[in-house]
Design a protein around this ligand. Structure first.
Ligand code: AMP
Length: 587
């Protein structure tokens, strides 16, 4: 058996840690870096690049560079959240046969599991280099608010990367382990985790080596990239107003402005003013045009205040769900790079009534906690024995009722693992199969939730209607992953069931409209989209001002494209060295 490591598979960056000699430490990469960008690309020569090599060439090759793919993993191509981001991503997305999202890079189509596997494979390779031993097992962390389908996808990615996934662990829980394991604590902590792409909050009771999650919640579409996006949108708007040039169609310009926006945002965590300068972004009548502006912390806070407020509102809700008050929370841990923003720190301090804990490093805690868990599960050595983790389900799982509402089988925040049994009956003479749709999400209506899949129970014995009863047992494991078994109650025989992810989760347009009209109107206006589509910026402003409009909308692809192999292949035209470099992961 090889070594077991903990992997924090992040939206923007990933990192890994190992527990050795009674202590967890981060694994360092070449040049002493402890993180690897979660980026995959194929360059102009056809070389597959992962991590730094992929990130470095992103500005020149944005359409073939896949970043922030964690935001898409395990999602339905037709889900509302994907509608929002389709136009702001610089790479092309296509629909898979199961309505999953595939990405097209240099005319090759990949599943998101393959993209994540490429990143995991790179982490495994570097860890093996650093440790001088084989690494074949890992605990991989996921946002607490990931649903079943997203968790399954991360498991599959691990398997594709030749890693035995010991456990898919929630990121805030991992951070709590890093904070509390071995300190003999008795405390209630809240972990506020604002990373590159997701926000989570978990309330966790620590009693020495027992870590019990009481409540969890979050937003898988709220993270650092949304803050970058706000800055980028402002720059694009100002540029359009000042020069009459719409850069929103130019993928290279977008990538350069996005990078400059992130850089400025990070700087403004330590200084109060910075300059954003992106030279030669476009050509005007009088020659090349630059983006060049003074940008202050106050400007950034004005643009992003509502994002921070959304995290605080979620904290309020989850603390209520935990059945306690803010005062009963002993410590608030801040995790995730975006939590370094001063506005986040001040808002959290105001909310909790005291400064957040300094007990964990926001960038390292998740990987460190995952390494502790990996060590404990691998059962090698001492230091993590007796570690017990009790987690909860992040959002309800249920089945569709005929009126489109969801019959909840498993409630939000219920302890894991658990199982439920339901009996299904045939409604027609000699009915041979029964179909059941499963959903996960917090809405009362199935169409607003993520469809986990359609189970088809087939091979049912012929009988008059209502005479066959199928007992279905749904079980969710300690990771929040769903499975089911079915049997004929009369004969005791197992009934074959097949999972089909199937087409979209939101029903037909007509049905959706009808249900929408039947639904009670919300008191408040719906929240603004997380990311404003960059395409069509000129059209939006042109309504008010006379500005020129450039470029047509990007074209979309058909569905069901075959996916490419993600292990490097020898390409005769590129020769042996290019192939070998691809094989060992060098650019
Ligand atoms: P993580 O997923 O935890 O690696 O977080 C990455 C996110 O944190 C990215 O969106 C970064 O831009 C952001 N980030 C990193 N450092 C800082 C900082 N000092 N201030 C604000 N945001 C930061």
């Amino acid at each position: 058996m090889g070594k077991a490591i903990g992997i924090d598979l992040g939206t923007t960056n990933s990192c890994a840690a190992i527990f050795e000699n009674g202590k967890a430490r981060l694994i360092t990469y070449k040049g002493g870096e402890t993180t690897i960008p979660s980026v995959f690309a194929i360059d102009q020569e056809g070389n597959r690049l992962v991590g730094y090599e992929a990130k470095q060439q992103a500005q020149l090759n944005p359409q073939n560079t896949v970043a922030a793919s964690k935001r898409l993993i395990g999602r339905n191509f037709h889900s509302k959240t994907i509608d929002k981001v389709r136009q702001v991503f610089t790479y092309e997305m296509v629909e898979g046969e199961q309505s999953d999202i595939l990405v097209k890079v240099k005319d090759q189509v990949f599943t998101l599991e393959q993209i994540s596997a490429a990143i995991l494979r790179e982490i495994k390779r570097v860890a093996e280099d650093s440790l001088g031993e084989e690494v074949d097992q890992a605990v991989i962390t996921v946002p607490a608010y990931f649903n079943d389908r997203q968790r399954q996808a991360v498991r599959s990615a691990g398997a594709l990367a030749n890693l035995k996934v010991l456990r898919v662990l929630n990121e805030p829980t991992a951070a709590a382990l890093a904070y509390g394991l071995g300190r003999n604590l008795s405390a209630r902590v809240a972990v506020y985790d604002l990373g590159g792409g997701t926000f989570d909050i978990s309330v966790i009771d620590i009693k020495d080596r027992i870590f019990e999650v009481v409540a969890t919640g979050g937003d898988t579409f709220l993270g650092g990239v949304d803050f970058d996006d706000r800055v980028m949108q402002k720059i694009l708007r100002d540029f359009l107003e000042e020069h009459g040039v719409d850069l929103s169609w130019d993928r290279v310009a977008i990538q350069r402005i996005r990078d400059a926006s992130e850089e400025a945002k990070i700087k403004l965590s330590t200084v109060s003013t910075t300059r954003i300068h992106v030279p030669y972004i476009s050509n005007g009548d009088a020659g090349p045009l630059d983006v060049d502006l003074e940008f202050t912390r106050a400007d950034l806070e004005k643009l992003t205040d509502d994002l921070v407020q959304r995290t605080i509102q979620t904290c309020e809700r989850i603390i209520v769900e935990a059945g306690c008050t803010v005062k009963q929370v002993d410590e608030m841990l801040l995790v995730g790079g975006q939590s370094r923003m001063p506005l986040v720190q001040s808002q959290v301090t105001q909310f909790i009534g005291k400064p957040p804990s300094k007990g964990v490093n926001p960038d390292e805690a998740v990987a460190i906690g995952a390494a502790m868990m990996a060590h404990s599960l691998a059962g090698v050595g001492t230091g993590t024995e007796g570690l017990t983790l009790l987690d909860v389900l992040p959002m309800p799982i249920g089945i569709n009722k005929t009126d489109g509402s969801m019959h909840v089988l498993f409630k939000k925040n219920q302890p894991l693992p658990d199982y439920k049994t339901r009996t299904l009956t045939t409604s027609k003479e000699n009915q041979r199969s029964i179909m059941l749709r499963l959903y996960q999400g917090e809405s009362k209506y199935c169409e607003d939730n993520e469809r986990l899949g359609t189970f088809v129970f087939s091979g049912i014995r012929k009988a008059p209607r209502g005479k066959v009863q199928i007992e279905v047992t749904f079980h969710i494991d300690s990771e929040g992953i769903l499975g089911l078994t079915a049997r004929d109650k009369a004969t005791g025989q197992t009934v074959e069931s097949q999972l089909k992810l199937g087409k979209g989760g939101r029903g037909s347009r007509k049905k959706r409209k009808k249900r929408q009209e039947a639904k009670p109107k919300p008191q408040q206006a719906a929240p603004a989209p997380l990311t404003m589509p960059t395409s069509g910026l000129a059209e939006q402003l042109a309504a008010d001002k006379a500005v020129p409009i450039s470029k047509p909308a990007p074209k979309t692809e058909g569905k069901g494209a075959a996916t490419a192999e993600l292990s490097p292949k020898r390409d005769e035209k590129k020769g042996f060295w290019a192939w070998l470099k691809g094989l060992i992961g060098l650019s």
